[in-house]
Write a protein that binds this ligand. Structure first.
Ligand SMILES: [Zn+2]
Length: 174
């Protein structure tokens, strides 16, 4: 969750129809044409805040961010398996339709389906921790699920993924 930003609206006589927005520290500056009405101003500020949030979310969800996230999760939930749970690469992939994520314990690589990319952060964390745990224990044994259960939202995330899979008729399982 992000805090509601402080918004500064700047009216410009040089602008005719173009609106832009950018983040400046804690503030978001929205530039609008000087002749906009109050109603247009409100409408455009809302729209630009949504666009800015979407842009920032896309930027956050790169392979680099995903890898950093995986390393943070491994350090937090699997500190007693430091060697096994540190992946060599973590990537978003488009070609994985039957699974949310997969890993190759032999080379320490993890791939996460692009379908997970738009899901909430806590679900992404579960999918990552599931694959990180497979680097330690490849099978779905009880020891494996005990590692996964260290993440407090595991059960909730599994329910979320089952719901998405069922609703979309994807037939995706773990
Ligand atoms: Zn699995």
């Amino acid at each position: 969750m992000t805090r509601k930003p402080v918004i500064e609206v700047r009216r410009s006589k040089r602008r005719r129809r173009t609106v832009s927005a950018y983040r400046d520290g804690e503030r978001v500056v929205v530039l609008i044409p000087a002749q906009f009405s109050r109603a247009e101003e409100r409408e455009w500020v809302d729209r630009m805040l949504e666009r800015l949030a979407a842009r920032e979310q896309r930027a956050r969800r790169t392979d680099t961010e995903l890898t950093a996230r995986a390393h943070r999760l491994a350090a937090r939930y699997l500190p007693d398996h430091p060697a096994a749970s540190r992946p060599t690469s973590v990537r978003w992939v488009q070609n994985q339709n039957g699974r949310w994520g997969s890993c190759t314990p032999a080379d320490g690589t993890i791939r996460i389906s692009h379908r997970v990319q738009e899901m909430p952060d806590w679900v992404i964390d579960y999918v990552l921790l599931h694959e990180l745990s497979h680097l330690v224990i490849p099978s779905h044994s009880s020891a494996f699920w005990a590692l996964v259960a260290r993440y407090p939202k595991s059960e909730r995330a599994r329910g979320y993924l089952e719901g998405v899979s069922a609703a979309a008729g994807l037939g995706i399982t773990e």
